[in-house]
Design a protein around this ligand. Structure first.
Ligand code: UDP
Length: 240
């Protein structure tokens, strides 16, 4: 395991994108339903107030920084992280790495119909990847969903229920799941299905993906207020 870097109570693995993909690939081969979390500043702030979320994030086998805010935070705290690893790109790279061996993926989450559309698009993009199954993210009981996933026994399970629901779900259910590895990947299925657009690359490179999302979905502004709160907290901690 790599050295973890603390950013306001969440320990991040200090890896490049390629190193993180390789680590997840190896976890998948171990088949012990270990899971990857991809916290952004919003999730770091949620963990400070929600002990279940904090425990779930802490128990992850791999914690990668999704979003430029965490990278800035780590830099200001004088413990820089190697690079930003957007969960969505990370999941795509892992699926690309897995497809040559005909590995399988199960897509869990998003509104009805979205996971199926995402599956179609992923199958076109990665022809050797096996789609083991899909399920929307608006179910009440875990048991039938777990049964369905276990019957499919996928190498990778993408859990896209939003934060911190997905982290808590993976933590609670990992012991009963027969899967290789899981990733809590937020809105990735919406992106893979083409329901939500990623920011243009220039915006991503400029570290402005968050601004693009607020402009596209102004209702996110309330949630996004966690970003300035996160930055102020980082500056406060550094001063002490
Ligand atoms: N979602 C879900 N079940 C729920 C709540 C949310 O499947 O009970 C899905 C939602 O449809 C969306 C994703 O979870 O596809 C959350 O997306 P968001 O962009 O909010 O991700 P976050 O910013 O939390 O990573």
């Amino acid at each position: 395991m790599s050295e973890r870097i603390d950013v306001l109570g969440v320990g991040f693995d200090n890896l490049t994108m390629d190193e993180a993909v390789e680590t997840a690939y190896n976890l998948q081969r171990e088949r012990r339903a270990a899971y990857v979390v991809t916290p952004n500043p919003e999730i770091v702030m949620i963990c400070r107030e929600n002990p279940d979320a904090a425990k779930a994030v802490e128990a992850a086998a791999l914690t990668i920084p999704d979003g430029i805010g965490v990278i800035y935070g780590a830099k200001i705290l004088k413990t820089p992280l190697k690079e930003k690893i957007p969960g969505c790109d990370f999941a795509l790279k892992l699926m690309d790495r897995m497809q040559s061996e005909g590995r399988s993926v199960f897509l869990l989450g998003a509104k009805p119909g979205v996971a199926e559309q995402a599956a179609e698009n992923l199958a076109a993009r990665f022809p050797q990847l096996r789609i083991a199954g899909t399920n929307d993210g608006y179910f009440r009981d875990d048991a039938p969903v777990i049964e369905k996933i276990n019957a499919a026994s996928p190498d990778l399970l993408l859990v896209c229920l939003g934060a911190p629901k997905q982290e808590i779900w993976m933590h609670r259910n990992a012991p009963q799941l027969h899967v290789g590895v899981m990733i809590g990947a937020g809105g990735s299925l919406d992106v893979f299905a083409g329901v939500v657009e990623r920011a243009p690359e220039a915006w991503q490179r400029a570290g402005l993906e968050w601004l693009y999302r607020v402009l596209k979905e102004p209702k996110r502004i309330g949630r996004m207020m966690n970003i300035p709160k996160f930055m102020l907290k980082v500056l406060f901690v550094r001063k002490k």
